[in-house]
Design a protein around this ligand. Sequence first.
Ligand code: SF4
Length: 171
Amino acid sequence: MRLNGHFLRNTMEEIKTWARINSPWVLHFNSGSCNGCDIEILAALTPRYDLERFGIKLRGSPRHADVLLCTGGVTLQQADRLRRIYEQMPEPKFVVAIGSCALSGGVFQGCYNICGGIEKVIPVNAYIPGCPPRPEAIIDGVYKLLASLKPAERALEPSSHEYGDRAEVNS
Ligand code: SF4
């Protein structure tokens, strides 16, 4: 039996997407946070909360990451870095804004050096409010985002869609 190239390519993409959703690798980036939210993310990754039981693993390079966990209002200094990191991630890719500052600028809103929330710079797929959100809320938000991406066709959509067209996860 001859398999055509298109079918093989699609099947390979579906397998890759299935693997990414079921065992996503995350990258953590502080775009201007006070570190409160970052400490909660680190707590979520420790054995006490054990994010790895969902197959979620922390990586150090954007080229290996499927999900970008962002904290803080975006400072003018970090805006370009955040954009560059996002562009270096392979498709399909997802962004989770964690904490009130990442959602809207929070307590730093209106400061001379703050652009605003993460979505001012890159598209955001899920929002986790709180100042800071607890590790349980972070785990719940990431898990709900991944659950909302199934079936696989949903996940194959490019993440550079319009800002209004995204999964909103509040926990
Ligand atoms: S949401 Fe609260 S804890 Fe998180 S960066 Fe802003 S001020 Fe800090």
